[in-house]
Write a protein that binds this ligand. Sequence first.
Ligand code: FAD
Ligand code: DHB
Length: 389
Amino acid sequence: MKVDVAIIGAGPAGLLLGHLLRAEGIDCAVLERRTGAHVLSRIRAGVLEQVTAGLMERLGLDARMKAEGLPHEGFNLADGERLIRIDVKALTGKEVVVYGQTELTRDLMDAAANRGLDVIYEAADVALRDIESDAPYVTYSRDGGGQRIDARFIVGCDGFHGPSRQAVPASAGRTFEQVYPFGWLGILADVPPCNHELIYANHERGFALASMRSETRSRYYIDVPLTEQIEDWPDDRIWDELAVRLGPDAAAAMTRGPSIEKSIAPLRSFVFEPMRHGSLMLCGDAAHIVPPTGAKGLNLAASDVYYAAEALTGFFKANDNDAIAAYSARALARVWKSERFSWALTKLMHRFPGDGSFERRMQIAELDYIASSEAAQRSIAENYVGLPV
Ligand code: FAD
Ligand code: DHB
């Protein structure tokens, strides 16, 4: 098979990019290691910035997001005693949409066939070849047979563990990394949310987040040491811990119910530079990871895709090589700002093992400052709602 662009990974980045390129008449194929059902079974992000929602709108795939997504005009920071509301809408004029990554991915998958987007699932042993040339290709196996896709560009949208970033020679790339000493234990349950807006809480006992997927489905998180096993957290223990950490008002409004999903995700900050090497471009988690505090992961994948689609469209429609050359620097400028915000919010809202009373007072002072300063709230709000692309 020969295409203009071979995309590796059918997560949100790969599918969004595939659709944007197809909308411009650019030939592409998406190669995914898993089944579609498996991709949809992974419960991940829940909050969409305007850049992400805007791409779905541009593709005309926003009907369900508009009907079922929940527009949120603000969110809350809690410190065990009070709620500090960040009025995102009043401070920025913009809002975010609560709509699960699963649902967004489903919308993109469901529309693929109609839009002529070829998604090849269960592609094993995907390998990138000749990425430093103008004629790269991808090999993989499927149904026991070896396959090959020739392309002008390969875009790696294959997440943190995928083969694309690994294909860049060590001498051509640089990594920046911070691993955090805790993970987020998430629980999904078909119960109404405890609050109509999200609450990020920094309590004496640790971090907690009250989020949601709909009016009838809640998503909650607590931070736990990396040594914890999910088997040691029966639902009741999680609900008890959430009730303490979120504070008495949220606890009183919290409905408990059986979990429909439970998992522990490690927290990491990671950036790989550059985001292009020869004929290979990287988008999303393949190039960078943020800790989930602030809900930036999926949205950063979407902004990378926005820049990548623009560069590839410039190349195929107007022979614009400069757009390709500029991709990495354009994407990284926004990536680093989101890395900073996610890191800062993680530091503000979590207890770190070595922290003493001084660090705690610094967190309280910063939360006090945020509570009393519109300038501080505006800074948080403009980052939370998403910096412009
Ligand atoms: P992915 O969604 O990881 O998609 C990559 C795709 O590539 C996958 O479908 C994978 O199967 C495929 N792939 C991998 N290897 C190969 C291969 N060899 N060949 C072919 N295909 C391959 N963000 C938030 O904002 N909030 C959250 O609560 C949150 N929770 C998260 C929990 C977990 C466990 C993880 C891992 C991430 C979470 N994130 C969260 C981050 C967010 O979900 C990601 O930033 C987002 O999924 C990035 O999209 P992506 O398309 O770049 O990568
Ligand atoms: C969700 C996840 C996040 O990381 C976040 O900051 C907000 C919400 C969620 O899964 O709903």
